[in-house]
Design a protein around this ligand. Structure first.
Ligand code: SAM
Ligand code: SF4
Length: 529
């Protein structure tokens, strides 16, 4: 027995926490440490969850300090330049550290890795691994190879024009290995990928190049994953796809599955209370899907359907495949079926040639559609996209900034009115965690005292209220007392839902929350900085 192992054993003995499995004694060498920084969308958060899951199974433990880690990974985004520069700046800070500790392994994973490939090692020559999002299953093997050989390791999928569609599609692996329950954002919420890639090719967007062709996962595999998650105590499933509502799976025997079919099947999974899906493409918001969301009690009455712009010329230049009147008609169809449905959007401001008049149409569309919220982005030209090839990025940065703020102000006005209309109503909230403010002020004690909690309604509205942390993971009724443009504030209604003792099985998971929060801060929160 090595000395470190013995010390571990003695310490464990003294602290009365002997491992129940004797073979665990052999694994008491200091565990290798892993740091992972995630930037980007929910898809990246899920990818990081899966990478961390596979490395934890190999004995790695997570750390929040990159310099104390043996392996430092960056899961990257390439949708906007800003996201890339953040990563290069973080890599730059590690240059000296890597020179002093050449045995440490630094990896760049995800969309930027696929897009830039050798540029990454040109800009940061000390990076050991560059691995695209379609090759993440290989990360453990790449780390081992980098450690042993001290040579750079690359793993990419094929480019869209590098081979025939089938070959390119196959080079983007569906990376959904066994889930690691401890790595979910919370014990009761999980992402489930139903679709890979994108075939829409909006002219500004790099996603179809870096995430490959659209492919729907087999519905039976999706169902099996959902059932496994439900068995582990998961209550809310968020189905992920770049254009999730264009999900289709051809069974090869004449049967085809759509997103609505999946929703009906997941509705029947015991233990799952809520089903969400993101992101929807306006043109694919079919009536069967709207009906399914309307009719299924577990389907959240919330649709994220990015409009991107309010002007037909701009939409055409973006190749969004619909007109403003089509989009408006789609919103009306959704509202006719579900008067209280919440719809949210994305907008790009300052796209090539955008005039003040054209920009103003985005505000008009927000007012028409009464979006619950909108994510507003300044256009960022991406090498390898059609827009970058065909159009000049001619809207000055300060104009983009001003338009961004102006559009946010319109959205804030609409969101405030929506929130005001909810004052004095009672809503059902799935309690997620202590509020950001409580975490900031109280840190770990936010989990042990009566504190400010946060959760979401079935329409994805964020609600903040006072309550005991043991409510986390429960669906409770909250009376809405006040509202700001971005948050509803309320009071927990004392009825049978609040009797926590009825749901004891969730308590062990909640008891693990402080640790989980550390993981969450690594895997999820960093993604939304
Ligand atoms: N698949 C989703 C869709 O179609 O809406 C989301 C894809 S993308 C990761 C998320 C958002 O980033 C898009 O909705 C778009 O508003 C924005 N986006 C994509 N490319 C961009 C670019 N080059 N510059 C600025 N924003 C961009
Ligand atoms: Fe990008 Fe358009 Fe595909 Fe969304 S639909 S991922 S914006 S190409």
């Amino acid at each position: 027995m090595a000395e470190t192992t013995l010390k571990c054993y003695v310490f464990q003995f003294l602290s009365n926490t002997l491992p129940s499995n004797p073979s665990d004694f052999c694994t008491m060498h200091p565990m290798p440490k892993l740091f992972i920084d995630t930037v980007g969308c929910q898809m990246n958060v899920l990818d990081s969850e899966l990478v961390v899951g596979s490395l934890r199974r190999q004995g790695y433990e997570l750390t929040t300090d990159p310099k104390s880690a043996d392996v430092i990974l960056f899961n990257t985004c390439s949708v906007r330049e800003h996201a890339e520069e953040k990563i290069y700046s973080a890599l730059g800070k590690l240059r000296g550290h890597k020179e002093a500790h050449p045995e440490k392994v630094i990896g760049v994973l995800g969309c930027m890795a696929q897009k830039d490939q050798e540029i990454v090692t040109k800009r940061a020559p000390y990076v050991d691994i560059v691995c695209g999002p379609g090759q993440l299953a290989r990360v453990p093997e790449l780390i081992d190879a980098a450690k042993k050989s001290r040579k750079k390791q690359y793993a990419f999928s094929l480019g869209r024009a590098d081979a025939g569609k089938l070959e390119v599609t196959q080079s983007f692996e569906s990376y959904d290995p066994n889930r690691d329950p401890t790595m979910r954002p919370t014990p009761f919420q999980a992402y489930v990928r139903i679709q890979l890639g994108c075939d829409k090719f909006c002219t500004y967007c790099i996603v179809p190049s870096v995430r490959g062709p659209e492919q729907g996962r087999h519905p039976d595999h999706i169902l099996a994953e959902v059932k496994q998650l439900a068995g582990e105590g998961c209550k809310e499933i968020n189905l992920l796809g770049q254009t999730v509502n264009s999900y289709k799976f051809d069974h090869g025997d004449g049967r085809k599955s759509r997103l609505s079919d999946l929703l009906y099947r997941i509705q029947d999974v015991a233990g799952i209370d809520r089903i969400k899906f993101v992101t929807s493409f306006p043109k694919d918001m079919s009536d069967d899907l709207i009906q399914a969301v309307r009719d299924l009690p577990k389907a959240c009455k919330y649709l994220h359907v990015p409009a991107q712009h309010g002007d037909d010329v701009m939409l055409k230049k973006m190749k969004r495949l619909y007109t403003v009147s089509y989009y408006k008609e789609m919103v009306q169809r959704c509202r006719e079926a579900m008067p209280n449905v919440a719809i949210s959007s994305d907008f790009i401001v300052g796209f090539c040639g955008e005039t003040e008049e054209q920009f103003a149409t985005c505000g008009e569309l927000i007012r028409f559609a009464r979006f619950k919220n909108s994510f507003i982005f300044k256009y960022s030209p991406r090498r390898g996209t059609k827009a970058d090839e065909l159009y000049k990025d001619d809207v000055p940065e300060e104009v983009k900034k001003r338009r961004n703020n102006d559009l946010l102000a319109v959205q804030a006005e609409i969101s405030a009115a929506d929130h005001q209309s909810q004052i004095n109503t009672e809503v059902e909230v799935l309690v997620e965690s202590p509020s950001k403010a409580a975490l900031k002020e109280q840190g770990q004690s936010a989990y042990t005292e009566h504190t400010q909690l946060t959760g979401r309604t079935m329409t994805d509205h964020i609600v903040v209220f006072e309550g005991h942390p043991r409510l986390i993971g429960q669906t409770i009724k909250v009376h809405i007392d006040q509202a700001s443009p971005w948050t509803l504030f309320g009071t927990v209604q004392t009825d049978e839902n609040v009797a926590v003792t009825g749901d004891l099985d969730i308590l062990p998971a909640i008891a693990r929350l402080p640790d989980r929060k550390i993981e969450l801060s690594l895997v999820q929160l960093l993604a939304y900085r």
